[in-house]
Design a protein around this ligand. Structure first.
Ligand code: SF4
Ligand code: SF4
Length: 337
């Protein structure tokens, strides 16, 4: 089955799932913009180019966009013109959380439901819709936050491995918080969409919203020990916020910019590592332990000792506990643990 890709936290993914859609965030950084540069203006932001590059060169067939900015509108026009996608939709929302914008969003949701249901050949499944909401767990332990404009998956992974504390991605689509209010127990489709529109528009605003003051919560969290502020080349919106954060928090901040290519991320590694070293995140031993935990991740590790009479293999988990071992002799195997 084709996946439906999306790029914005205001995308109604629970609605798409209720019509049988399988939704996935698009956040990939390509090697370069060979295809995008042929079809788009050079001044659209790196993310817009990354999106064009990937859609034009991959098997992506379904994409739902939101009228975020001129870049996204241009990307929509170019992709529509290319005829590459089977399903391409642009949600046209107002950039504020007023009663009027909620009403408009509810209408947009109903139009999208009609178009997506017709495309998939499916009906709205209320049970699936109700079960699709997932509350994001709030991190209460010391952590580093990535703020600003969206950060590509590859750069985020690199950031995680460079930092001495867990890293939370608070950018754009990753900072989604929909479905925290109680769903109406009964009511028709229209009533559900009104509730849903309110939830979508009531999220912590991104910088594209007219009133982004609610974003202060992001950097007033006492467990926040460092901020990596990311901007994307040719995106201006987030530069204003950087100045405001600098004036309102004592948390150490590193500002970085990427053009959304893998190459630009590689160049940022040295700065990320220097920032990680400068953070006061506990004793040297604690830092080393955390680094070790990052290094080991969730995986398992094998130790192999191959001698003349047997080969001994031990599997350890990340807590360094033996989870299995085996001794192999020529023609014989013995398993312990
Ligand atoms: S900046 Fe805001 S409107 Fe634009 S894609 Fe991100 S969350 Fe959506
Ligand atoms: S990074 Fe900036 S310009 Fe690019 S899509 Fe996001 S908000 Fe628009």
């Amino acid at each position: 089955m084709n996946k439906t890709y999306y790029v914005c936290k205001y995308t109604p993914i629970e609605l798409l799932q209720a019509f049988g859609g399988e939704c996935e965030i698009f956040n990939h950084m390509p090697e370069g913009f060979d295809l995008a540069d042929q079809v788009a203006h050079p001044n659209i932001c790196g993310f817009g180019k990354a999106l064009l590059e990937e859609v034009l060169s991959s098997e992506i067939r379904e994409l739902v966009l939101v009228n975020c900015c001129d870049t996204i509108r241009s990307v929509y026009d170019i992709l529509l013109d290319s005829g590459k996608l089977d399903f391409l939709y642009l949600l046209d929302l107002l950039h504020c959380d007023s009663a009027c914008s909620q009403e408009r969003m509810a209408l947009q949701l109903k139009n999208l439901a009609k178009a997506y249901g017709a495309y998939k050949g499916t009906e709205f499944d209320e049970q699936v819709f109700r079960a699709s909401f997932q509350e994001k767990e709030k991190v209460l332990t010391p952590h580093i936050g990535v703020f600003g404009a969206r950060m590509g998956a590859e750069l985020f992974e690199m950031t995680q491995s460079a930092m001495p504390l867990p890293v939370e991605n608070e950018t754009c689509v990753h900072n989604r918080s929909v479905g925290y209010a109680r769903l109406p127990e009964d009511g028709d489709f229209d009533a559900l969409m009104s509730w849903y529109a309110k939830e979508l528009m009531g999220q912590m605003p991104c910088m594209r919203m007219n009133d982004p003051t609610g974003r202060k919560k992001l950097y007033q969290d006492p467990s926040l020990k460092g901020i990596i502020y990311h901007t994307v080349k040719f995106c201006d919106f987030y530069s204003f916020e950087y100045a405001d954060i600098k004036n309102h928090t004592d948390v150490p901040i590193l500002k970085i910019e990427s053009d959304y290519t893998i190459q630009s991320s590689g160049q940022l590694l040295t700065r990320l590592e220097a920032f990680a070293e400068s953070l006061d995140t506990g004793s040297l031993t604690e830092k080393e332990d955390r680094k070790e935990e990052h290094r080991m991740g969730k995986g398992y590790f094998a130790g192999i000792d191959s001698g003349s009479t047997s080969t001994d293999v031990v599997i350890l988990n990340k807590e360094k506990q033996i989870v299995a071992d085996i001794i192999l002799r020529p023609g014989q195997a013995q398993h312990r643990g």
